[in-house]
Design a protein around this ligand. Structure first.
Ligand code: ATP
Ligand code: MG
Length: 348
C-alpha cells in the first residue's frame, strides 16, 4: 500500500439504532484493508432533531460535507410527530444527489432467495417527480400534489443509467414509465429515453409500463439488468428488488450528484434489534465498497468484497440470513466483522 498518498476525507454519520454498530464494523474492515481515507464524523439524526433542530442536521455537519464531498451514512431515525423533516430528502435535495443507484444481486446458494440468477441495478431519479414537494390544499376536501418532470432531469438520469451500464459491462437498460396515462410527464421521460438510448447502440434498450414492469420484476427478476425510472416508481421497485433479493440487511446504495456522493445501506435504523450486536453490517459495507471504487481505490474495494463473499460462502451468517444448509455458524455483528478481516488478502 502506498502510505504516502494523501488520505481522502470522508464525512461519516454514525446514525441511530443499529447505525453505530454497523458503522463501527464497516470502518474497522476499511481500516484493516488499508483504505486510504480520513473519516470526519458529522452530527445528524435523532439527537439533533430532539435537541430542537427540526432539520436534524448541525450547521457544522454541512461544512464538513461541503469540504469532503463524500458521505458515508448509517441509517437515522426520524422522531415521530409533526415538523421533523426527513433527512434523506433534505440531503438529496440540498446536495443535488440526482441519482439513487441500488444494485441487488442474489448470493445463491449461500443466502436464501427464490431468485438465484437475480442481478439488477435500479437507477432511480432522486429529485423530481412527486417528490418535488409541491403540494397544495385546494379546499377543505381537495388536496393536490404536482408531478414535476424536466427534460434536463430526464437527460441526466437516463444518461447516467447508460453510462453506468457501459462502465460496468451491463447489457440492457429498461425504462419503466406510465406514459399511456401521463402522456406529458412520463411521455417526456420515455421520449428522452428513446433519444439517449440511440446514442448507445451496444446496449439493449426496452421500455415497459410500470405496473406490468413491477409485476415482472417481482416474478422474473433475472430478466432485468439496469432499470431506470422516475422517483416514486423507483422507490417502490427498489424495495421490491431488495426484498426478493434476500435480506434488507445485504444491499447498499449510492446517491450520486455532480462532484458529490453519499453512500448508505438501503435499510432503516432497525430499532427493534439495536444495541444487541446482531445486525448484519453487509448493506453499509457494500455501500462503503462502492464508495472506495468511486474514489478510485478499486483494489482495496475488491479485496474487501472478496473477503466478504468468502465469509458468507464459508457459512458465517448473521441472524437475518442464518436460514439454510450453508449457514454454518450464527455470528454476531462483531464476529462477522472479524471473520471478514481475517479473510482480507485471500484470493477469491
Ligand atoms: P425506515 O423507515 O427507517 O426505512 P423501516 O421501517 O423500513 O425503517 P428497517 O429499519 O429497515 O425498517 O427494518 C425493517 C426490518 O428489517 C426490521 O425488522 C429490522 O430488524 C430488519 N433489519 C433492517 N436492517 C437490518 C440489518 N442490517 N440486519 C438485520 N436485520 C435488519
Ligand atoms: Mg424503509
Amino acid at each position: 500500500k502506498n502510505k504516502t498518498t494523501k488520505k481522502i476525507k470522508i464525512a461519516v454519520a454514525q446514525g441511530d439504532g443499529i447505525g453505530p454498530e454497523i458503522m463501527g464494523a464497516t470502518l474497522k474492515i476499511l481500516e484493516a484493508a488499508g483504505a486510504n481515507i480520513a473519516p470526519n464524523f458529522i452530527e445528524l439524526g435523532e439527537q439533533v432533531y430532539l435537541s430542537g433542530n427540526t432539520s436534524g442536521i448541525k450547521t457544522e455537519a454541512w461544512e464538513t460535507i461541503g469540504d469532503a464531498k463524500i458521505i458515508l451514512k448509517a441509517p437515522v431515525t426520524t422522531p415521530q410527530g409533526k415538523g421533523y423533516k426527513s433527512l434523506n430528502v433534505t440531503l438529496r435535495k440540498s446536495l443535488g444527489l440526482f441519482a439513487n443507484v441500488r444494485p441487488v444481486s442474489a448470493l445463491h446458494p449461500y443466502v436464501k432467495t427464490n431468485f438465484p440468477n437475480m442481478d439488477v441495478v435500479i437507477v432511480r431519479e432522486n429529485e423530481e417527480d412527486l417528490y418535488a414537494g409541491i403540494e397544495h390544499q385546494q379546499t377543505d376536501d381537495v388536496v393536490q400534489c404536482l408531478k414535476l418532470i424536466t427534460r434536463p432531469g430526464c437527460e441526466r438520469i437516463i444518461r447516467y443509467a447508460f453510462e453506468y451500464a457501459k462502465a460496468f459491462g451491463r447489457k440492457k437498460v429498461t425504462c419503466m414509465i406510465k406514459d399511456n396515462i401521463m402522456k406529458l410527464t412520463d411521455g417526456l421521460f420515455h421520449k428522452v429515453f428513446v433519444e439517449i438510448a440511440a446514442e448507445y447502440p451496444d446496449i439493449i434498450n426496452e421500455s415497459q409500463i410500470i405496473d406490468i414492469g413491477a409485476a415482472h420484476l417481482a416474478a422474473h427478476p433475472e430478466r432485468y439488468d439496469v432499470i431506470v425510472t422516475s422517483n416514486l416508481y423507483g422507490d417502490i421497485i427498489s424495495d421490491i428488488a431488495a426484498e426478493i433479493g434476500g435480506s434488507v440487511g445485504m444491499a447498499g446504495s449510492a446517491n450520486i450528484g455532480k462532484n458529490i456522493a453519499m453512500f448508505e445501506a438501503i435499510h432503516g435504523s432497525a430499532p427493534d434489534i439495536a444495541g444487541q450486536n446482531i445486525a448484519n453490517p453487509s448493506g453499509l459495507l457494500n455501500a462503503a465498497v462502492n464508495m472506495l471504487a468511486y474514489i478510485g481505490q478499486t483494489e482495496i474495494a475488491d479485496n474487501i468484497k472478496n473477503a466478504w463473499l468468502t465469509t458468507l460462502e464459508e457459512g458465517y451468517h448473521t441472524a437475518d440470513i442464518y436460514n439454510n444448509k450453508f449457514s454454518i455458524k450464527k455470528v454476531s455483528t462483531s464476529e462477522f466483522t472479524d471473520a471478514v478481516i481475517e479473510r482480507l488478502g485471500e484470493k477469491p
